[in-house]
Design a protein around this ligand. Structure first.
Ligand code: NAP
Length: 297
């Protein structure tokens, strides 16, 4: 039995579908008030629970061999949800989940993180990911930490202020560092593979097939859309200040600025090899942008 903690999420939902297609037994932990009907229709078993409710995690882990934890509260925080905070859900809640998994005799724990998580920018999401990685390292579980680069569908889309329809994009810093932007589908395929393969690595750092800076991505988007984009640039220092000022009151926004700043501070020295090794043919950023351009009115 595999337990997916966030089957209702964009990544977790894809992972559930892939695991069910392989014939796996999948249980999903779904928050009260969230709709689990679609997951049940697909063939997953839904149990109710919440990262902030340790008892529900203990029950959800019973009889489970592998936990796949892709949950995060950041998107709900960005949407204005007053609680729980990123610290309460992503950090303390994940610690409760690791503890529950250990107590229930779970063998493997697959966890979503990101490269550069040790950069000490001090955002709530970075703190939570790093604390969970360290907690897993100390645990009795077989850890599989997936450090995936920025997802196309999040970081090259309107929520991250990359809005081709409005003709506006924003860049933190100089925009010259090369990233390995990756498709959510490819990350899901990797997570599903790592959940079931016999001898997975403890840490997998992965990105997409093209190394492109934000400035290069913008140039490709302009060429494909035949439109000049309005580029709003935020200097690194302003981003650092924003993170400091927002860290307590707006943890989602502070973490989003942190992700943008991180993209400018470090260039990817990882690649798509973990995907190719598993027969996953990764989607390029240019193909993703081509499709976005085609969809424009
Ligand atoms: N975006 C990137 O570029 C990137 C890069 C590297 C790693 N990641 C990581 O990838 C993962 C997946 O992200 P995503 O885009 O799939 O996020 P998402 O669509 O916002 O999904 C978040 C999931 O977490 C669940 N959740 C939230 N609060 C919870 C709580 N208190 N208890 C239990 N479940 C809770 C949500 O449930 P509800 O539906 O009920 O709210 C939802 O299923 C995250 O861990 C993220 O940090 C992302």
């Amino acid at each position: 039995m595999l337990l997916v903690v966030s089957g209702t999420g964009k990544l977790g939902g894809r992972v559930v579908r892939l695991l069910l297609a392989r014939g796996a037994d999948v249980r999903c932990l779904v928050r009260a008030g969230s709709d689990g009907a679609r997951l049940e229709e697909l063939g997953a078993k839904v149990v109710r629970g919440d990262l902030t409710d340790p008892r529900s995690l203990v029950e959800a882990c019973q009889g489970v061999e592998t936990v796949i934890a892709t949950a995060t509260v950041i998107n709900r925080r960005l949407a204005g949800l007053p609680s729980p905070s990123i610290r309460d859900a992503d950090e303390l809640g994940m610690a409760s989940l690791v503890h529950a998994a250990e107590s229930a005799g779970v063998e493997r724990f697959v966890y979503m993180s990101f490269p550069g998580v040790e950069s000490a920018l001090g955002t709530p999401l970075e703190n939570a990911k790093l604390a969970t990685e360290k907690r897993l390292e100390r645990s009795s579980l077989r850890r599989v930490v997936v450090r995936a680069d920025a997802f196309h569908e999040i970081h090259l889309a309107p929520p991250a202020r990359f809005d081709l329809a409005a003709g506006k994009v924003s860049v933190i810093g100089k925009g010259d560092s090369k990233q390995r932007w990756i498709s959510t589908d490819d990350v899901a395929a990797l997570v599903a593979a790592l959940a079931v393969e016999p001898d997975p690595p403890a840490v997998v750092t992965v990105g997409g097939p093209e190394a492109l800076s934000k400035n290069e991505v913008i140039a490709i988007a302009e060429e494909l859309t035949h439109r000049k984009l309005k580029v709003q640039r935020m200097p690194r220092g302003v981003a650092r200040l924003a993170i400091r000022m927002l860290n307590k009151r707006k943890d989602g926004l502070a973490s989003a600025f942190g992700a943008g700043l991180l993209q400018d501070l470090r260039a990817a020295d990882w690649d798509d090899e973990p995907l190719r090794q598993r027969g996953i043919m990764p989607r390029s950023t240019t193909d993703y942008l081509r499709e976005q351009a085609r969809r424009l009115p």
